[in-house]
Design a protein around this ligand. Structure first.
Ligand code: SF4
Ligand code: SF4
Length: 103
C-alpha cells in the first residue's frame, strides 16, 4: 500500500519552560494566533502564518519556528469539519438577528 506523506507547514512553537507570560508576542501577532493561557503563550496553529514577528518580539527567546505536520484528512472528514463550521456561523448569525430584533 502506498504511504501518504504528511503535509508540513512551518509554525511558531512556544517553549513553556522559558515563557514568562509577558504577552509581548500576542501584541505583535497580527493574525491573532497567540493567546495567554495559565500565564503561558499558546499558539493556534490554524491561524499561524509563520511571519516570525513573535519570535523577534519575545524577550526570552521562548518561541521557535519548526515544521508542523498537518494530519491527512479524508474527503468525508473535511466535509464534516466544514459542516460544523457552517453550523457555528449559522448560529452566530441567528444570534445577531435576535439581538437586532430586540433593539
Ligand atoms: S513574548 Fe515570549 S515570554 Fe512573553 S508571553 Fe510570549 S512567548 Fe512568553
Ligand atoms: S509566527 Fe506570526 S502568525 Fe505565527 S504566531 Fe508568530 S506572530 Fe503569529
Amino acid at each position: 500500500m502506498q504511504q501518504s506523506t504528511p503535509l508540513l507547514a512551518w509554525k511558531a512553537f512556544v517553549n513553556e519552560n522559558i515563557c514568562v507570560g509577558c504577552g509581548k508576542c500576542t501584541g505583535v501577532c497580527w493574525t491573532g494566533a497567540i493567546g495567554i493561557v495559565n500565564k503561558k503563550a499558546v499558539v493556534d496553529f490554524s491561524r499561524c502564518i509563520c511571519c516570525t514577528a513573535c519570535v523577534r518580539a519575545c524577550p526570552k527567546g521562548a518561541i521557535q519556528i519548526a515544521p508542523y505536520p498537518y494530519p491527512i484528512l479524508h474527503r468525508d472528514q473535511v466535509l464534516e469539519r466544514i459542516k460544523t463550521q457552517l453550523n457555528v456561523v449559522r448560529y452566530k448569525v441567528e444570534e445577531l438577528e435576535r439581538s437586532i430584533e430586540e433593539i
